[in-house]
Design a protein around this ligand. Structure first.
Ligand SMILES: [Zn+2]
Length: 109
């Protein structure tokens, strides 16, 4: 399957139930089977963890911040060259599919 979004890409959240709509970040993980991506510092969920007791003292205040995966359809790729959100096109070169920006034509791989 040709993935439109890869680790290290800049994406912008374009829709979804998040306060981070319109924000951009770097993709730190792609979950192809779930059709989701994890974007650094966006779509943060706080998880409450049990406090850990160590020598009678509570360590770890109990809140961990984690980036929750976002549906790939809720993000749009930001072109490295023109810095615009863009749809991704594919061209074949040396028997490989490489991604191109549909706005400026820049190669993205
Ligand atoms: Zn572009």
């Amino acid at each position: 399957m040709r993935l439109k979004i890869k680790k290290g890409d800049q994406v912008e959240i374009i829709t979804g139930k998040t306060d981070d709509k319109g924000k951009r970040g770097e993709v730190i993980r792609v979950l192809p089977k779930m059709n989701k991506v994890v974007v650094q510092d966006l779509n943060i969920r706080t998880k409450h963890q049990k406090q850990v007791q160590s020598e009678g003292k509570a360590i770890n205040p109990g809140i961990v911040k984690l980036e929750a995966p976002i549906d790939i359809s809720n993000v749009m790729l930001v072109c490295k060259k023109c810095k615009e959100t863009t749809r991704v096109g594919f061209v074949r070169e040396d028997k490989k599919s490489i991604r191109v920006c549909k706005k400026c034509g820049a190669k993205l791989d």
